[in-house]
Write a protein that binds this ligand. Structure first.
Ligand code: PGA
Length: 256
């Protein structure tokens, strides 16, 4: 009943139109027959326009990697949800751990952004996940519950249903150290139970929860086999058309 979603988060890579278009020209034919899952690419702002133009009339949708929670005005360097929607973005990644930890975004800021994105019909992909220190102290669930409660504060059932949650354990991002499918599934069940207890069981069944953190073609199919894992958010392996398309195919072929 949940349509899986695979996101490719390019981070601060492929920000020149020529590199972004080279990659997409390879990727588009490789994934053109994929129809069981949603495919989303998140390029940097500087390549949103060429990427959106190239993916028109394809099965690839576009996300921004961030946005601000105001619509317009004196906010130097920030990007409005209105710009993203008008350009043709369908999704926006919010609260990625790199923004939380390096750029000091708080759960409260992320909550404002989530609400604003939903106001403008951009589907938020909201990242939550613990550091190694919380995992080793057996406090991962406590940490994630706090992120969940504040980041999604005051959302209606319908709004949460449009939101994608990306469980990304920070110790697994860009480290080559993936959570085992069992470790990921345990947290996905925990998040789904949190949704059921704070919203209702229908919403818990509908919300898509992706896993993110060192997904590669070699481990993708084991991760996607888990019942509560509805696809993935891919960083490093999304930068090459071949590796990203293999991950997309693993999700497409998986018995979700
Ligand atoms: P990674 O990044 O696949 O390179 O670990 C995932 C992410 O940050 O979304």
């Amino acid at each position: 009943m949940r349509r899986p979603i695979i996101g490719g988060n390019w981070k601060m890579n492929k920000g020149l139109p020529s590199e972004a278009t080279d990659m997409l020209k390879k990727l588009i034919p490789l994934v053109k027959n994929i129809d069981n899952i949603d495919i989303v690419i998140a390029p940097p702002y500087t390549t949103l326009i060429p990427v959106i133009n190239l993916t028109k009339n394809t099965n690839i949708m576009i996300a921004a990697q961030n946005m601000y929670f105001e619509e317009k005005g004196a906010f130097t360097g920030e990007i409005s949800p209105i710009f993203l929607k008008e350009l043709g973005c369908s999704y926006v990644i919010l609260g990625h751990s790199e923004r939380r930890d390096i750029l000091k975004e708080t759960d409260e800021i992320i909550n404002k952004k989530v609400k604003k994105a939903l106001n403008f019909n951009l589907n938020p992909i909201v990242c939550i996940g613990e550091h190694l220190i919380e995992r080793e102290a057996n406090k991962a669930k406590e940490f994630i519950e706090k992120q969940f409660r504040i980041s999604f504060k005051d959302l209606s059932d319908e709004e949460l249903q449009k939101t994608v949650i990306a469980y990304e354990p920070i110790w697994a991002i860009g480290t080559g150290r993936t959570a085992t499918p069992e470790q990921a599934e345990e947290i996905h069940i925990f998040i789904r139970d949190l949704i059921a207890s704070s919203y209702n069981s229908k919403t818990a069944k509908v919300v898509r929860i992706q896993y993110g953190g060192s997904i590669k073609p070699s481990n993708a199919k084991y991760i996607f086999k888990k019942e509560n894992i509805d696809g993935g958010l891919v960083g490093g392996a999304s930068l090459q058309a071949e590796s990203f398309s293999e991950i997309v195919k693993a999700a497409n072929d998986s018995p979700f």
